[in-house]
Design a protein around this ligand. Structure first.
Ligand code: GFB
Length: 308
């Protein structure tokens, strides 16, 4: 990507989008274009086509999506499938109609089957039933992968799909109903410390395993791939190691400096038992994540204290 290339970051205020803005700025890309939700509703097909025709970006990072944790996915099933399908179809089709040189579609590790062999490889896609709690979201993201793959095959476009593992970091969503586990636990443990609460509620059994990637590592991996000019295929982006939810909570307890205990609320779902990504495609290209979970959580908690 030329440093003066016009790069549209869709979803620039979100967890991944804002990390991409930081990473692209640091790499000296000066011609970044963004639109807030108010300025451009990505659910409005005509508005997306008008925008794309007017701006004609050279590259697009499609980081805009309807996202959330296990509870939000399980409750807002129609919103998750509808909004993500419409956003991706609008942006990918408008990109094609306006000869956009390269597009990166952001998916999720939840696209793989619930009982997928671990670690999960890109070729395991569509080889088994999905986890029920986030099936609508996963189907929408799988459709996005197939959109990019199909436009590449029929029209010769260069659209690449990346599948991040569970992400966390600055600008995350800390709302206790709609967030993912790490920001939720960070907030709950922080508030328990301030209030002097003896225990913190954790959803599920604490036994599921999750792989956690700091969002700055994610953004670095995305820019790394786009700079290599890779314009097709699926790439898992992760750290290649996982922990139990209990271990993640214990790490956050250490980072926050909380002395209390955890109580497990098994009325809440565990979700997928494990979803460790096989990251060999990225490591073969020479990329690996840099943050350890402890360091990543420490950096995120610092941001949390300074901003929330
Ligand atoms: O991060 P999370 O919401 O999403 O939940 P998934 C991970 C695990 O943490 C589940 C447990 O077993 C939760 O039960 N957990 C414990 C909590 N306490 C909490 C809490 O206070 N809040 C939350 N949110 N979880 C998502 C998918 O699955 O992964 C999305 O639903 C997306 O579509 C995302 O793919 C990356 O990892 O289970």
């Amino acid at each position: 990507m030329d440093k003066n290339a016009k790069i549209y970051v869709a979803g620039h205020r979100g967890l991944v989008g804002s990390a991409l803005m930081r990473r692209l700025d640091k790499a000296g890309y000066r011609n970044l274009i963004t639109r807030t939700h108010k300025e451009l509703d990505l659910l409005n097909q005509a508005a997306v086509h008008d925008f794309m025709r007017a701006e004609k970006p050279d590259y697009i990072f499609l980081a805009a999506a309807k996202v959330g944790g296990i509870h939000a996915n399980n409750e807002l099933r129609a919103d998750f499938i509808y909004m993500n399908l419409v956003i991706e179809t609008n942006v990918v089709h408008a990109a094609y109609e306006n000869n956009v040189g390269g597009l990166m579609f952001l998916g999720s590790s939840c696209i793989y089957p619930r009982e997928c062999p671990q670690p999960m490889k890109e070729e395991h896609l569509l080889t088994g039933p999905l986890e029920q709690t986030n099936e609508p979201y996963a189907v929408a993201k799988i459709a996005g992968i197939k959109l990019c793959e199909s436009f590449n095959r029929q029209y010769g476009t260069k659209y690449i799909s990346v599948m991040p593992t569970n992400l966390y970091g600055p600008n995350d969503n800390f709302d206790l109903q709609s967030s993912h586990v790490l920001p939720a636990l960070m907030r709950k443990i922080h508030e328990a410390k301030l209030n002097g609460d003896k225990t913190v509620p954790i959803w599920g059994t604490g036994k599921p395993m999750r792989e956690f990637l700091h969002v700055d590592d994610m953004a670095d991996g995305c820019v790394f791939l786009m700079e290599k000019g890779i314009g097709d295929g699926i790439y898992n982006i992760g750290v290649g190691a996982d922990v139990t939810i209990r271990e993640a909570a214990e790490t956050i307890r250490e980072v926050v400096g909380y002395e209390g205990e955890f109580e497990f609320d098994t009325s809440m779902p565990d979700g997928t038992p494990r979803k460790l990504l096989d990251v060999s495609r990225m490591s073969e290209l020479g990329w690996k994540a840099s943050y350890s979970l402890k360091d990543g959580l420490t950096q995120t908690y610092q941001w949390y204290l300074e901003n929330l």
